[in-house]
Design a protein around this ligand. Structure first.
Ligand SMILES: Cc1ncc(COP(=O)(O)OP(=O)(O)O)c(N)n1
Ligand SMILES: Cc1nc(C(=O)O)sc1CCOP(=O)(O)O
Ligand SMILES: [Mg+2]
Length: 216
């Protein structure tokens, strides 16, 4: 099994509206993984804990086969449970309302990937860095169908965030037309829902995004 460098490339995020049942979710994620992801995030805002565990565990197994870390959105307890169950590559992504990064680092250990939402704010990035984050996510940079009301951010912010020395994620409306622009502005990881899972075959979508990055 090849273990890829998770710090650079396409970061796909699932969406329960686009991928409503287990079979659709798993097939789409298998396809995206085959296209060559750096990271996959399981994002499901439902309160159905049993479904969230079942789906996340299924994705964790697929991710492990591809050497790609699975990141659980919002839910440290679910990430801890999956790791206890043997899914060692599982990490967590926490927004500003999603609990303590320090606690997540204590709970998951030094090697786990822990992501932090920093919106358009370098002060939040500094705090996240101090608290032990593995990457810093900035956005929204473009118009997002998935989260239209996310606070906007300027691409210039990405260069300013280089000082933290952590991988920078660009999120919010990232697509094949702007992914190169976000990379050139400084983002190592390009996070997207719609450009991977919105339409068409996820594998081809990921490959196309990767080609844009490689050519740029
Ligand atoms: C890679 C990445 N960046 C930002 C977010 C947004 O997190 P958050 O602000 O907690 O919002 P929700 O995703 O929970 O709605 C993310 N999920 N992933
Ligand atoms: C989950 C999320 N967080 C954002 C932020 O700016 O913090 S934007 C966003 C949605 C990303 O989906 P799409 O690629 O379809 O725009
Ligand atoms: Mg959140």
């Amino acid at each position: 099994m090849t273990v890829h460098d998770w710090r650079r490339g396409v970061y796909a995020i699932t969406d329960a509206g686009l991928l409503p049942d287990d079979a659709t979710l798993i097939a789409a994620c298998e396809s995206a993984l085959a296209g060559g992801l750096a990271l996959l995030q399981y994002r499901d805002k439902s309160r159905d804990a049993e479904r969230r565990h079942r789906q996340a565990a299924a994705l964790a197994s697929r991710c492990a086969r591809h050497g790609v870390p699975l990141i659980i959105n919002d839910d440290l307890a679910l990430a801890e449970r999956l790791r206890r169950e043997g899914h060692g590559g599982v990490g967590v992504h926490l927004g500003q309302q999603d609990g303590s990064l320090r606690e997540a680092r204590r709970a998951l250990g030094e090697a786990a990937i822990i992501g932090a939402t920093c919106h358009a704010r370098l002060d939040l990035a500094a705090q996240a860095c101090e608290a032990g984050a593995s990457y810093l996510a900035f956005g929204r940079f473009f118009t997002s169908r998935t989260k239209p009301d996310a606070p906007p951010a300027r691409l210039e912010l990405l260069a300013e965030a280089a000082r933290f020395g952590l991988p920078r994620v660009a999120i919010g409306g990232i697509d094949a037309d702007n992914v190169r622009q976000a990379r050139r502005a400084g983002a190592e990881l390009l996070a997207t829902v719609q450009a991977v899972f919105g339409r068409g075959e996820p594998a081809s979508n990921v490959q196309y995004l990767r080609r844009q990055l490689e050519d740029g």
